[in-house]
Design a protein around this ligand. Structure first.
Ligand code: AMP
Length: 190
């Protein structure tokens, strides 16, 4: 099994690129954000717990998303690997992922990071808000909080995966096709 992490700030285009990645490499796409939005729409207890946090641009507790990831790993087997989109987002989650995979004698294959500058994050998310109607895309202060959360809690993962020799950053400022080509160039090496 291959385990790819799709990394990058909010609005970098992870969801957009994920579709082509899973198709080309026969992967199962796991977006913790999408799974959480599904729980909210279904009105589950987990969804109720996550809703306020998400709508304020904060992260949900590590244990919740770690449980979701483990479930998906268990339930999906007819693929060549997994594409983790929006997970891990904290060092604790990265360590939990390593432990889950070590249990199966496996390990993270590569982290593909789509990088865009902060100024572009706001612009991209505002564009997406018009199309997708996500509650956490609607307010500028919530978007700003997500950017701060990314820098404080998620960015340290760059060092974590660089040290492990598993961090591959590409320029996410180009067109969807240009970025896709750069991603495939990285993934073709594994
Ligand atoms: P996303 O769709 O990846 O932008 O995620 C939307 C929101 O869901 C985030 O702003 C967080 O509130 C929550 N979320 C998604 N993935 C995680 C995660 N791995 N850890 C904690 N919270 C998450």
């Amino acid at each position: 099994m291959k385990y790819y992490i799709l990394f990058g700030p909010p609005g970098a285009g992870k969801g957009t690129q994920a579709t082509a990645m899973v198709e080309k490499y026969n992967l199962h796409h796991i977006s913790t954000g999408a799974l959480l939005r599904k729980e909210i729409a279904a009105g589950t207890e987990l969804g109720i717990q996550a809703k306020t946090l998400i709508e304020n641009g904060c992260l949900v507790p590590d244990e919740i998303v770690e449980g979701m990831i483990e479930n998906e790993f268990k339930n999906v087997t007819d693929v060549d690997g997994f594409l983790l989109d929006g997970f891990p987002r904290t060092l604790a989650q990265a360590e939990a992922l390593d432990a889950i995979l070590a249990n199966e004698n496996d390990t993270v294959t590569a982290t593909v990071s789509i990088m865009i500058p902060d100024e572009m994050i706001m612009q991209r998310i505002k564009g997406r808000a018009l199309k997708e109607g996500r509650a956490d895309d609607a307010k500028e202060d919530v978007i700003n909080n997500r950017i701060v959360t990314y820098h404080n809690q998620t960015e340290p993962l760059i060092g974590y995966y660089s040290t492990a020799g598993k961090y591959h950053e590409i320029d996410g400022t180009g067109s969807i096709e240009e970025v896709r080509k750069l991603i495939f160039e990285v993934m073709d090496r594994f």
